[in-house]
Design a protein around this ligand. Structure first.
Ligand SMILES: [Zn+2]
Length: 59
């Protein structure tokens, strides 16, 4: 079984970003999580890169 790839949400307003590692059964939940906690702007879905993945391990 293929694991879902992690991705991140980036707020275009204030630059807040959040790395998300989806579980296969939680995709509908993610749609409700993409509001920026700082400014309530809808965040953009971005592909994660190796650097982001590396950083996320230490958070
Ligand atoms: Zn924001």
């Amino acid at each position: 079984m293929i694991q879902p790839r992690p991705f991140k949400f980036v707020c275009p307003q204030c630059g807040y970003s959040k790395v998300v590692k989806p579980k296969s059964d939680a995709l509908s939940l993610l749609d409700m999580m993409n509001i920026c906690p700082k400014c309530q702007t809808k965040m953009e879905h971005k592909e994660i890169n190796a650097f982001d993945l590396f950083i996320s391990i230490f958070k």
